[in-house]
Write a protein that binds this ligand. Structure first.
Ligand SMILES: Cc1ncc(COP(=O)(O)O)c(C=O)c1O
Length: 499
């Protein structure tokens, strides 16, 4: 026991802050507040987005930073404030970005890591965090179809960092010497990267970061379904190789962001193998379809890829951020960062480097990002992920059919998953030029999201603004989708009336 008499005033204050009884009281209040909040949100009794202008929110957030001290007892009102000002992803009318309404209990597992600050860089710092991550890498690699012991993987803070990590590995493998000498040391035609024309911006950004230069990012042609066209890819690589350009990687999508198109991976792989080119698959969104018997065919051929990125914080419904980078050939895992950090990586225990996450990731300190996924999988079993994919992908198809049936809505593609892009085209808009029609979609969406009734997003397709939903809350029902269409109609009518 610490003798309070010998403690400084600051130490006494700190002991009060770290007091486990105080923590218990706060945690009890926390549990009550969060459960009541989820109940309200899931019952549709709140707004989806609590919209406020950014400066108003910042001023309010700053106001809270004043006037507190170690004795203040405003935990409850602070948490309530966070809930009242936030975005309610568990509201069934949240049908927005590729960020899910996570399984709530997954957040509790993540909180164990947060409260106890489980982190990695080296195995001994976070032995269980590392073990959890590796166990999941094993399972996801097997879902891809790879043989145990041949593949390797790691977790990063998000799919963007995952794409960067995988493409840096590709660069180091394909352009040997580039880690040590830099890309510019090579003479001759410049190395290029071929990316699916609709690829997420993080892929092209990665090319800039790894020194290829954004001008060396070449878009691969798409077919009419916005999928990578293997035939034209073959021609493109043949032409590049004839001119002597090294191809660092082909980056395919499963699926691409705008309309959720899955590339024909088996055919893309055949082209990559023919030309001995690194094949990367950004399966940030669609990787989880591998968990579904009904939808895993969408990723047929993914086992041929050299690297795959798969975000668990998208379609595995765990809180952000938890993204996997997976390598078909485990020998590539140490190619990304060819570095030693002697103060971290202990040469007296050489076998341990295999388990030191810092050898494989850009991050040094890395939070136990997989606790949410591992806990959820351990609690509910693998079939949960199949249900989540099946329910939300099926709703995508249902929504598409509703759009087809409605006279004043136009679906812009046949969905392969839970992403659907469309336009509201009331009678008076039927002959409107694209800029007017697009502006109408954007204004319509803004009004709907600021009303708090629904949250959907906007995009640009074929040079014209459009509406886009990702059905990524498994609590969304057919009635909610009907209500979305009627809300868009009502708000649209109002908007057109005002001119
Ligand atoms: C296909 C695809 N790749 C990568 C990303 C980026 O992932 P993150 O937001 O986890 O960085 C996204 C984000 O939506 C995406 O849709």
């Amino acid at each position: 026991m610490l003798d309070e008499v010998s403690l400084s005033a600051a130490q006494v204050r700190l002991n009060a802050v770290y007091d486990p009884h105080r923590f218990r009281a706060a945690a009890t209040q926390w549990a009550e507040l969060l459960s009541a909040h989820l109940d309200n949100v899931q019952q549709r009794s709140t707004r989806v987005l609590n919209w406020a202008e950014p400066e108003a929110n910042i001023a309010e957030a700053e106001r809270w930073l004043e006037g507190a001290n170690a004795d203040s007892n405003r935990f409850e009102s602070i948490v309530q404030q966070m809930l009242d000002r936030g975005h309610n992803l568990h509201h069934p009318h949240y049908i927005g970005h590729q960020v899910p309404a996570p399984v709530p209990i997954a957040g509790l597992f993540d909180a164990v890591g947060a409260v106890t600050n489980q982190v990695m860089a080296i195995y001994e710092m976070g032995p269980w965090a590392t073990a959890v991550e590796r166990a999941l890498v094993n399972r996801l690699g097997e879902q891809i179809g790879w043989k145990r012991d041949n593949f390797a993987g790691l977790v990063t803070h998000g799919g963007s960092l995952g794409n960067l990590t995988a493409l840096l590995t590709a660069r180091n493998v394909i352009l040997s010497g580039s880690w040590e000498e830099g890309v510019s040391h090579a003479s001759g035609p410049k190395p290029v990267m071929i990316v699916q024309a609709d690829a997420h911006y993080s892929v092209a950004r990665a090319a800039g970061i790894i020194g290829l230069g954004s001008k060396q990012v070449l878009r691969a042609a798409l077919n009419e379904k916005r999928q990578l066209d293997p035939q034209r890819l073959d021609e493109q690589i043949t032409e590049l190789k004839a001119k002597g350009h090294p191809v660092v990687a082909v980056s395919a999508c499963a699926c691409a962001t705008p309309i959720g198109a899955f590339d024909p991976l088996r055919d893309v792989a055949a082209v990559c193998h023919k030309h001995e080119v690194w094949m990367h698959v950004d399966a940030a969104h669609g990787g989880a379809a591998l968990m579904s018997k009904r939808y895993r065919h969408l990723l047929d051929g993914v086992d041929q890829a050299d690297s795959v990125v798969w975000d668990a914080h998208k379609m595995m419904f765990v809180p952000a951020l938890c993204a996997f980078v997976l390598y078909r050939d485990k020998r590539h895992r140490f190619e990304t960062f060819r570095q030693d950090a002697p103060y971290l990586f202990d040469p007296s225990a050489p076998g341990m480097a295999e388990y030191d996450s810092g050898m494989l990731t850009l991050e040094c300190t890395k939070r136990a990002a997989a606790y949410g996924l591992w806990g959820t999988w351990s609690l509910f079993g693998e079939s949960l992920f199949e249900d989540l994919v099946d329910v939300t992908f099926d709703l995508g198809r249902l929504f598409y059919n509703k759009l087809l049936a409605a006279e004043d809505f136009v679906p812009l593609h046949e969905p392969q998953c839970n992403i659907v892009a469309f336009r509201h085209v009331p009678d008076s808009m039927k002959d409107a030029p694209p800029e007017v029609l697009g502006a109408f979609q954007r204004e319509l969406r803004r009004r709907v999201i600021e009303s708090g009734k629904f949250y959907i997003v906007q995009t640009n397709l074929g040079g014209c603004g459009a509406l886009r939903v990702t059905i990524i809350n498994p609590l969304t029902t057919e009635d909610d989708l009907n209500e979305l269409l009627s809300t868009l109609r009502d708000v649209g009518t109002e908007l057109l009336k005002r001119g």
